[in-house]
Design a protein around this ligand. Structure first.
Ligand SMILES: [Zn+2]
Ligand SMILES: [Zn+2]
Length: 347
């Protein structure tokens, strides 16, 4: 089969011919339906993220596939089922796992890092993932590219668990890429009275507006803090979600929320993630700052159900599709910053 494999930090990945895997006992083999490309894939290829990434691994962690073969002893799946899984396969016994936060596992194995991912013709689901109940079946009417988005949606749900949106909240989202547009939709589902989305790109703002942002702001031309103050009787937003990894924007978020407001550092920052902030804003205004990393099974199932029900609009997030034979172009296109989400589909 063809597979887009990692060849080292900064080395262009290549579509190569590799042996097609077979489903051993306890495993499930899927024929890839779609793999959506993530910013993390770019960071891996550029060498910005290499920890835990094995040479030769098939890249891609946002995958949905059709069951092709069911290994001995596996029950509950049939050939043709459309399936996906959260990419982190956790150990189940470390401190974070025992506390019910398996997405923070100390000994995690990740699809697209050290488990072969979905930029290929076939995707093998490892036994540990099946044993842990990670493989999730979607109902028939869902499109594979839409199901692949269960991964980023589940990560956003995991972030939302930390920053919370309460009925009537005013939420500000910084960045209208795929992640910002997912947080926007989740905030609306969670009961926000209004969601303000800030992004310099006009096309992204238009998508945000179509997905229900009450107000969209061009931060290069408009006064975002003034707009937020106006909408909140001068107090500030209840929540700000940082969806772009630009260090200075974190301080902006601290200035946008009200006293006792919440700020989510959803986007990872480059390198060690240093950022200059006025820490006294957190101190005197009693601001809560929370993080977000990966997602576990529970949020993944919630994401799949949100996609199936149509509660989250996934179709408008997938703006471009490339065949697997043009995977390199797909990655370059994502790097260009155009479009929202790019799906790679075996041709
Ligand atoms: Zn991703
Ligand atoms: Zn663990």
């Amino acid at each position: 089969m063809r597979a887009f494999t990692y060849r080292g930090p900064g080395v262009p990945a290549e579509l190569t011919e590799v042996p097609t895997p077979t489903a051993g006992p306890g495993e499930v083999l899927t024929r890839v339906g779609a793999n959506t490309v993530c910013g993390t894939d770019l960071r891996i290829l550029r060498g910005e993220k290499s920890k835990g990434v094995e040479l030769g691994v098939v890249l891609g962690h946002e995958v949905a596939g059709y069951v092709e073969a069911v290994g001995e002893g596996v029950t509950g799946f049939e050939v043709g089922d459309l399936v996906s899984m959260p990419p982190s396969v956790c150990c189940g016994v470390c401190g974070p796992c025992r506390r019910g936060t398996e997405h923070l596992c100390d000994d995690v194995h990740l699809v697209g890092y050290d488990i072969n991912g979905g930029l290929a013709d076939y995707w093998l689901i490892p036994r540990t993932a099946i044993d842990r109940g990670q493989l999730i079946k979607a109902s028939g009417h869902v499109d594979a590219a839409q199901l692949a988005l269960a991964e980023p949606i589940s990560c956003c749900l995991s972030g939302l668990d930390n920053y919370r949106v309460e009925v009537g909240d005013l939420v500000v989202i910084i960045g209208a890429g795929p992640i910002g547009l997912i947080h926007l939709q989740l905030a609306r589902i969670a009961g926000a009275r209004a969601v303000v989305v800030s992004d310099p790109s006009e096309t992204r703002r238009a998508t945000a507006a179509a997905l229900g942002a009450g107000v969209t702001v061009d931060p290069t031309a408009e006064d975002l803090p003034a707009i937020v103050r106006d909408m909140s009787g001068g107090e500030g937003a209840d929540v700000a979600v940082l969806c772009i990894g630009v260090p200075q924007l974190l301080n902006d978020c601290l200035n946008l929320v009200r006293k006792r407001g919440r700020v989510s550092i959803f986007a990872g920052l480059a390198g060690e993630g240093w950022s200059n902030i006025a820490a006294n804003l957190i101190h005197y205004r009693e601001i809560t700052v929370v993080g977000a990393s990966n997602s576990g099974r529970e949020n993944f199932v919630r994401a799949v159900r949100l996609i199936e029900s149509g509660a989250i609009d996934t179709a408008s997030l997938i703006t471009h599709t490339f065949p697997l034979s043009r995977a390199t172009e797909a990655i370059e296109f994502v790097a260009s910053g155009e479009g929202i989400k790019v799906a790679v589909i075996p041709d």
